[in-house]
Design a protein around this ligand. Structure first.
Ligand SMILES: *[C@@H]1O[C@H](CO)[C@@H](O)[C@H](O)[C@H]1NC(C)=O
Ligand SMILES: *[C@@H]1O[C@H](CO)[C@@H](O)[C@H](O)[C@H]1NC(C)=O
Length: 293
């Protein structure tokens, strides 16, 4: 067998490993139409549906953006959304996919995509609020053009860890230190929320680079409205949702596997450009969770 054909086989094997793994982890078998799990929360005249309501477009212009949210609240789960971000000049434009408790002492888990001028990288900011305390921003530059194609963004939330994924690459891990009582961990039922809005006052270069409204409307696209989550009452803690009868609470989701750990380290080293843990001005003493590997 020649060198080239062996290389080809190796590449095929690598791809198959990657994709078979991604199928197992997303575990979405049905193509839920939008209305099965979600409803429009605001800006309904700026929302269009495609592909038998399996794709949604949100638009932002100078007067408004738009958003949608899940019909249910969840107390644990493995949440995902396929997103294609606004293209061309998207400075100041924020596309958000997050979980939010809305009521009571606030818990929230955020993916926020901060748009940028053409040719400059779109930055993905993540944050964790637990028991009303946030300020845990991290920023990652994406290693692909998120405006060119749909990519998966996923949030695993179980009794051991919260993991933020870009496709199948973990970019952030937030561990549950609840037993020690020293670090907050989300404990309230949360809604899945998606929105597109004007963040000109903060999102790009700290607010110095604003949306260019001659480029509006800005448009983001969303697919995959399946939800793997434990439905729970919005007014109460997530009782029963950490049961191992849910697949995302089972032992193989309690920590990253070796492949994920390698990917996670690589991403942090190469693509993370801000971490609250190392922001000495804000936190002269890094918060306790920052000592996690
Ligand atoms: C996928 O979800 C089903 C329940 O809907 C569960 O039984 C199965 O174990 C899950 N598969 C994986 C790989 O997690
Ligand atoms: C805004 O967009 C218009 C139209 O493309 C362009 O002429 C102008 O230079 C842009 N402004 C900024 C500040 O980039």
């Amino acid at each position: 067998m020649g060198f080239l054909s062996s290389m080809l086989i190796i590449i095929v094997i690598l791809f198959e490993t990657f994709f078979s793994h991604s199928v197992a982890i997303t575990n979405t078998t049905k193509n839920a139409p939008f209305d099965q799990n979600y409803y429009v929360t605001w800006g309904k005249d700026r929302i269009l549906f495609f592909k038998h309501r399996q794709e949604v477009q949100l638009s932002l212009d100078q007067s408004s953006g738009a958003g949608f949210g899940s019909k249910s609240y969840f107390g644990s789960g493995f949440f995902q959304m396929r997103i294609k971000l606004p293209d061309k000049d998207s400075a100041g434009v924020v596309t958000a996919f997050y979980l939010n408790s809305n009521v009571g002492v606030h818990d929230e888990l955020d993916f926020e995509f901060l748009g940028n001028r053409p040719g400059k990288p779109i930055v993905l900011q993540t944050n964790v609020f637990a028991h009303g305390i946030g300020g845990r921003e991290q920023r990652t530059v994406l290693w692909f053009d998120p405006t060119a194609d749909f990519h998966y963004y996923k949030l695993l939330w179980n009794q051991h860890q919260i993991v933020f994924f870009v496709d199948d690459i973990p970019i952030r891990v937030y561990k549950n230190h609840q037993l020690s009582g020293l670090v907050g961990y989300p404990h309230r039922a949360m809604q899945v929320v998606v929105s597109l809005w004007d963040g000109s006052n903060w999102a790009t270069d700290g607010g110095k680079t604003k949306a260019n409204w001659t480029q509006a409307p800005f448009q983001a696209h969303f697919q995959d409205f399946n939800i793997a989550g434990c439905p729970s009452n919005p007014n109460s803690p997530n009782k029963g949702c950490y049961s191992t009868k849910y697949w995302w609470n089972k032992e193989n989701y309690w920590q990253l596997n070796q492949r994920q750990m390698r990917d996670y380290e690589t991403v942090r080293r190469r693509y993370m450009n801000y971490d609250y843990c190392s922001d000495k001005n804000r936190y002269p003493i890094p918060p306790i969770e920052c000592h996690d590997p």
